[in-house]
Design a protein around this ligand. Sequence first.
Ligand code: SAM
Length: 240
Amino acid sequence: MTTQFFFEKYSHMARSEQGLAAAGEWPSLRPLLPDFTGLRLLDLGCGYGWHCRYAAAHGAASALGIDLSEKMLAVAREKTDPASPIEYRRAAMEDVDFAPASFDVVLSSLALHYVEDFPALAGRVFRWLAPGGQFIFTAEHPVFTAQGSQDWLYGPDGEIACFPVDRYYCEGKRTAHFLGEAVTKYHRTLTTYLEGLLRLGFVLEHVVEPAPPENMLDLPGMRDELRRPMMLIVCARRPG
Ligand SMILES: C[S@@+](CC[C@H](N)C(=O)[O-])C[C@H]1O[C@@H](n2cnc3c(N)ncnc32)[C@H](O)[C@@H]1O
């Protein structure tokens, strides 16, 4: 996600302009979030910082947003009251490290499919969490990332025929096209996500495949989103 053109287009997407209210998964994610009062949040791949600001507005003691992109962080800083307990830091989430038990909640929204080694990252998240802390993330669903193109297959008249799922057990790099750019993502199976967390000692609290909310179904293309899962939401807890 680097070019100016891409960033320009990203900045005009509904969720970039309107924030969480325009995010299709928000009605499914919000009820899974804790009462942030007094909690320390780490947001991996924070983008414009919507979740950091949500946590701060709901009483978080601190929120640290990590993102690779200085452009995303510049917008996040612009949108953030400097008096709020939020810090943004440019880094790859694979490279950061923190003292054990530094956070009560580690959240990541739609960024983990850019990371090659999920179990390694999740192991570090486990250490960074205080006992009883939560790891809550959304990522592109393995059904959505498996084949790679992330596009429908079309019939002779240009109508959607179906969504291709292929190479499911072949984990690794995929190149999809998003907003006209080639974007590298990493496919992994549902087992790698869920079993990976269980093996580390996390307790799984919620696994959700969010469908588009009723009030968004009339947006262009949204009813087709009922044909296959695009997103996975997982809420896991480090035992207390
Ligand atoms: C689809 S955006 C989601 C942004 C934000 N979490 C949200 O839900 O609005 C993905 C973000 O992850 C960031 N990102 C991708 N790979 C990353 C990595 N390895 N480390 C840190 N951030 C990364 C991108 O720069 C981008 O801001």
